[in-house]
Write a protein that binds this ligand. Structure first.
Ligand SMILES: [Zn+2]
Length: 294
């Protein structure tokens, strides 16, 4: 991380174009693999056609993947970054839901799989994702942030044949904190709103940094209607995490070997983590600047 920060020290404005220009400046100096991958990820604008492989996305400049265990909040950070960079946030769970709700070619097959409680196959996910990327390219989208994919080493290998991934951001959170957070999840039975009653405030000790995460409390009208999802028990959450780690460790190694993995340890809740994540990516949030100035 320190190397990346050093490489990416300069200031890039939040627009993708400005980020691309900045990345080109840093690309020359980038000697760390992840730094180079990042520089490449936002520096495609000026590349020649010969250097691009597989897809030819003239202005595609962010092709990122978000990894992170269930409950870490990767959807939130992926969504915020997608707004900031002006690229779509593509969550494979959403693709499945959209296909199910449509009259698309896979809708019937998917409905059967889901109704039987089976896992959607890699082939179907890849097919939905390829179509989504093609549609996006046709519409002139300038990149993407993938969330929830690739989940397995096999998916990572298949994805490599479909498109180039520039950077893989692996969001991490202390396991004890993650467990507390998952067990604090509540849903409003009336409006469906998501809340979290866990209040995390661990003091740092022996060189380990403390961690603070505020609860996300419901408004008064929801407070008496909160329910816990039946699968948010300690046993189920721990099993979910174990399965996740078994599958994701090879995926992390896969991208690590290719110099594309950026490990990011969440230092707390969104107010603590968002600015540090932007710093690690050498991005600035213009909204934050405005609110700081106001
Ligand atoms: Zn409510």
């Amino acid at each position: 991380m320190a190397i990346l920060n050093r490489l990416m020290r300069g200031r890039a404005a939040a627009s993708a174009a400005a980020a691309a220009a900045a990345a080109r400046r840093f690309a020359a100096a980038a000697s760390s693999e992840v730094g180079a991958a990042f520089a490449a990820s936002v520096g495609r604008e000026g590349e020649t056609a010969e250097r691009r492989t597989k897809r030819d996305p003239r202005s595609w400049n962010v092709q990122w993947v978000f990894l992170g265990c269930p409950g870490v909040g990767k959807g939130t950070y992926a969504s915020r970054l997608s707004h900031l960079l002006g690229v779509p946030h593509i969550a494979t769970g959403d693709l499945v839901r959209e296909e199910l709700a449509s009259s698309g070619p896979l809708a019937k097959e998917l409905a059967e799989i889901v109704n039987q409680g089976k896992l959607v196959s890699d082939e179907i996910i890849i097919s939905l994702l390829s179509k989504r990327l093609e549609d996006g390219e046709a519409k002139g989208e300038s990149g993407f942030i993938l969330d929830g994919f690739p989940r397995t080493i096999r998916q990572a290998e298949i994805l490599e044949g479909v498109t180039d991934i520039d950077l893989v951001i692996n969001l991490k959170l202390r396991e004890d904190v993650l467990l507390t957070k998952c067990l604090g999840r509540r849903i409003c039975s009336q409006c469906g709103g998501n809340f979290n009653v866990a209040s995390i405030d661990i003091k740092g000790e022996n060189g380990t940094p403390g961690i603070y995460m505020a609860p996300l409390l419901p408004p008064p009208q929801c407070a008496s209607k909160l329910i816990t999802r039946s699968d948010d028990t300690e046993k189920v959450v721990k099993e979910r995490l174990r399965v996740y780690h078994d599958l994701s460790e090879p995926v992390e190694e896969f991208y690590g070997r290719r110099g594309k993995l950026l490990e990011f340890e969440l230092p707390g809740g969104i107010p603590e983590s968002w600015p540090k994540l932007l710093q690690a990516l050498n991005l600035e949030d213009p909204d934050d600047k405005q609110s700081a100035a106001a």
